[in-house]
Design a binder for this molecule. Structure first.
Ligand code: COI
Length: 349
């Protein structure tokens, strides 16, 4: 709907004190089209009002799931500046994910420029300091109308954003409760290292069943041996052992290279001086040696696990000091209250 002057009506700001992890429509989104038969493949894109898109019902991603996405955040500092966190990492991961689904890489410099610009054009939606963050959701899909199974020629990249609050409002603040599942989140040799829409689609049904039984989410074991911890539906996982060592599963075909995962490893090693081992983590070790268990993700941030249930036995993790110390470092950098020795943030002016 347009106003009498032809410009779209301004979107409504949310109540900053009631933010949850849900969509608030914002003013502007970015849209670029790609065609594999062209050189360059991608156009420079345009900034348009956030609105519904028109697309053929035969678009390949509707039937075949040829779609990948990203998530990254901008935060407001106490003195009112706005900092975007590690967009270059999301640019690289979007390219790796796209390649896995036979889609052309979107240029990193254009991705970063577009993320900055979407934040800049929606600055009024970046929550005040301490009230939440501005979550960017870049998506890339094969939009060519197609009936047969095979690679596509036509694509889009869209980047929109929304102010968000905490992902968990009920189970937290003392941490989430997870059901351990003796099954994989993704297939061995599959798309687990890519941020592919299908990896998440399959897990919604699984997690809903356990949510109905009072869990916040599920913790998947690996698909090959059903023994090693991998991920929840939407986050990486870390264990703090009783000897103080931090352990997280190594990057492989079933682990998403999380930007928060990487930030946590670097903050632990280089700021807090904690030993971090990236190695397979047997579920038995979690039970016998675990002092603290926590999850990491852009949406989840660093989220304590208060309890897991494995083979019908509950196991509690009362400690959370390491997670808190790491969150303090990472959030401090994201919100400008700490020095940024890694040069992770980029100011949006
Ligand atoms: C994120 O953490 O940004 C994600 O994309 C995970 C999703 C389950 C919200």
């Amino acid at each position: 709907m347009s106003t009498a002057t032809g410009s779209p009506p301004q979107k409504t700001l949310p109540n900053w004190d009631q933010l949850t992890f849900s969509l608030t429509e914002t003013d502007v989104m970015f849209r670029s089209c790609g065609d594999k038969r062209r050189d360059p493949v991608w156009d420079r894109g345009e900034y348009v009002p956030f609105t519904d898109v028109r697309i053929s019902p035969a678009a390949a991603f509707f039937s075949y799931g040829l779609g990948v996405f990203e998530g990254l955040k901008a935060q407001r500092t106490a003195d009112g500046r706005v900092l975007l966190f590690r967009p270059e990492e999301n640019a690289k991961r979007l390219q790796r994910s796209a390649e896995r689904l036979s889609m052309p890489p979107f240029p990193s410099d254009l991705f970063v420029e577009a993320c900055v610009e979407v934040v800049r054009r929606n600055l009024r939606f970046v929550p005040p300091a301490g009230k939440g963050s501005f979550y960017l959701r870049p998506i890339q899909h094969a939009i060519e109308p197609k009936l047969g199974l095979g690679p596509s020629n036509l694509f889009w990249v869209i980047i929109f954003g929304s102010p968000v609050g905490a992902y968990f409002t009920a189970g937290a603040p003392r941490g989430v409760r997870l059901q351990v599942l003796e099954q994989g989140r993704v297939a061995p040799g599959g798309t687990g290292y890519a941020k592919a829409m299908g990896n998440y689609a399959g897990g919604i049904y699984v997690a809903s069943k356990w949510k109905e039984r009072g869990f916040d989410d599920v913790l998947y074991l690996d698909a090959r041996h059903e023994r090693f911890v991998t991920e929840t539906s939407g986050s990486n996982v870390f264990l703090v052992r009783k000897d103080g060592v931090l352990v997280t599963p190594p990057l492989d075909d079933q682990i998403l290279p999380g930007v928060t995962r990487d930030s946590t490893i670097q903050a632990a090693r280089k700021v807090l001086g904690i030993q971090v081992d990236e190695r397979p983590l047997p579920v038995e070790e979690v039970l016998s040696e675990g002092e603290e268990l926590f999850c990491t993700g852009t949406a989840w941030t660093l989220q304590s696990v208060r309890e897991i249930v494995y083979r019908e036995r509950a196991h509690a993790f009362p400690a959370e000091s390491t997670r808190k110390a790491l969150l303090d470092v990472i959030r401090g950098i994201q919100t400008g209250t700490r020095e940024d020795p890694f040069r992770w943030t980029r100011e949006v002016r």
